[in-house]
Design a protein around this ligand. Structure first.
Ligand code: ATP
Ligand code: MG
Length: 254
């Protein structure tokens, strides 16, 4: 049973006027098979948490621990984290000119699985995964995210999720910018991966609409760089109705 444990995590970024603390003591445990939704106002540090877990060099860990099955994640390089089973679908996926989607996917799968997937089964695997996400096969030959629409980028993130089968999937606003059909298709992709029972999912979102498709076991309110409240799925409805006012009062977000 894979377990991601975040304890009292503090993270800073280098700003013009010195280091600025963004995460101020995050505590969270995500177990394989569980889905945790994280909701919170703009600028509260949700993406910072996602990037810090994935190992983005811009973020400095100033305190706390992150372990995956007891192993120190913070000691691992970005690719070691990926091999250990941590996956991040980015809020703003980056363009990688000169690298085709098919090359990118095969290289990633080779790195994560520890051996190159057999070409014949691999081609079939990718084709089927793309078909399930209703992606035109022509995307395989395009450069990663180059000229992709917002929704196409998000589908490509979920394609990676399906092919790489991580232990912990962090999905940073995978739902934003999707039309109703794409939201359903992308959610179904996430649910296929969840149904294996082998992935712990951290779903960062602003909207309860994705939670109609992907039922969270826990909902956390993220405010001012930490989790301000945790509850069940009903908490999301309460947030939709009442907003974040009561969580941000008394602490500046800017
Ligand atoms: N390099 C940086 N320099 C200064 N401030 C930064 C830097 N990187 C992030 N921040 C600040 O950290 C705060 C948290 O940003 P983050 O992207 O984690 O928020 P978020 O909760 O994901 O917001 P959103 O809902 O808009 O995606 C913001 O106020 C942001 O401006
Ligand atoms: Mg964000």
């Amino acid at each position: 049973m894979a377990t991601l444990e975040i304890h009292d995590l503090h993270v800073s970024v280098e700003a013009e006027n010195g280091a600025r603390e963004i995460l101020k003591g995050v505590d969270l445990t995500v177990k394989q098979g569980e889905t945790h939704a994280i909701m919170g106002p703009n600028g509260s540090g949700k993406s910072t948490l996602a990037y810090s877990l994935a190992g983005h060099p811009k973020y400095t860990i100033t305190g706390g621990t992150v372990t995956l099955d007891g192993e120190d994640v913070l000691e691992m390089s970005v690719d070691e984290r990926a091999r250990a089973g941590v996956f991040l679908a980015m809020q703003y996926p980056v363009e990688v000119p000169g690298v085709s989607v098919s090359n990118f996917l095969r290289t990633s799968a080779t790195a994560v699985r520890g051996e190159a997937p057999k070409l014949r089964t691999w081609v079939k695997e990718v084709k089927e995964a793309m078909a399930r996400l209703q992606m035109d096969p022509a995307f395989a030959e395009r450069n990663v995210n180059e000229g992709f629409s917002g929704g196409e980028k998000k589908r490509h993130e979920i394609l990676q999720l399906e092919l790489l089968k991580p232990k912990i999937a962090i999905l940073d606003e995978t739902d934003s910018g999707l039309d109703v059909d794409a939201l359903r298709i992308v959610s179904e992709g996430v649910n296929r991966v969840r149904e294996s029972g082998e992935v712990g999912t951290l779903l960062i979102t602003h909207y309860t609409r994705i939670l109609r498709y992907i039922k969270p076991d826990f909902v956390h309110v993220f405010a001012n760089g930490r989790i301000a409240e945790s509850g069940g799925a009903e908490l999301a409805d309460q947030l939709e109705a009442e907003g974040y006012d009561k969580y941000v009062k008394g602490g500046a977000t800017a």
